[in-house]
Unconditional design. Structure first.
Length: 251
């Protein structure tokens, strides 16, 4: 059999469809739009990948609730405000008066007259007699210690001298410092009628009396040579070092 031939208007296998030719300008617009799509997509991706610029120090907006900071004040204004002290609502405590407290406790009367009126400066003879009386008291104590050891049946030896010397020094310190600090005179000075005090007439302090005792001990170690100061009419070594004066009791 003979195969029938296709009609003339039937399109071949690899021919473009007939509607492509009929569309014309519309197909050209579509092709231009398709060509622009990759460019738009590339621009969008580049814009998304590009980092956004950030400010180095962003400006912070002040909160509405926070009050503005007060202006700085000068140092002079601060000092003037500190000097303005408000009045107290209560009476201030009275200042302590040691004389009044001691008077209430029966110690002494601050308005009372002095017990003894001081006269002129003590002479060399009065000082010498007072010193001899005080040395006699020390000698009596030493004799009592030796008699006590003898009565207890103890034998005296040279090795016991250091202990006895320490005992005599302790007794001498208490004998001189305590009476001078409280009454201004030792028993020997009281016997002669002289008194030691400051230049203003007040009692000596414990450091001053300790200095006087050390000066008396130094005078004894130097065989009485510092007494020449008193013999010449000047103050003694103890008065010079302790800042005190020795006067006779008037009357």
């Amino acid at each position: 059999m003979k195969r029938p031939e296709p009609p003339d208007d039937e399109p071949l296998l690899f021919e473009s469809p007939p509607w492509d030719d009929e569309v014309g300008p519309a197909s050209d617009a579509n092709e231009a739009a398709r060509a622009e799509r990759p460019t738009a997509r590339r621009r969008a991706s580049e814009a998304a990948a590009r980092p956004l610029p950030l400010p180095l120090f962003p400006e912070l907006e002040p909160a509405e609730s926070e009050s503005p900071a007060p202006p700085p004040r000068s140092r002079r204004a601060t000092v003037e405000e500190a000097e303005e002290v408000p009045e107290l609502l209560f009476d201030p405590l009275p200042e302590d008066d040691p004389d009044a407290e001691m008077a209430e406790q029966g110690g002494f009367d601050p308005d009372a007259e002095p017990v003894a009126e001081l006269g002129e400066e003590a002479s060399f003879g009065a000082r010498l007699l007072a010193g001899i009386a005080d040395v006699a008291v020390h000698g009596a104590v030493l004799v009592l210690v030796l008699l006590g050891e003898r009565l207890l049946g103890m034998r005296w030896s040279v090795d016991q001298w250091p202990g006895l010397a320490v005992f005599l020094l302790a007794f001498s310190f208490l004998y001189a410092v305590v009476p001078l600090a409280f009454w201004g005179q030792t028993p020997g000075m009281s016997l002669v009628g002289i008194l030691t005090c400051t230049e203003t007439g007040e009692n000596l302090s414990f450091p001053q009396t300790a200095v006087r005792w050390a000066a008396a001990l130094l005078t004894a170690l130097l065989a009485g040579l510092p007494l020449l100061l008193v013999a010449g009419g000047g103050p003694s070594l103890g008065d010079r070092l302790s800042g005190s004066v020795t006067r006779r009791i008037a009357g």
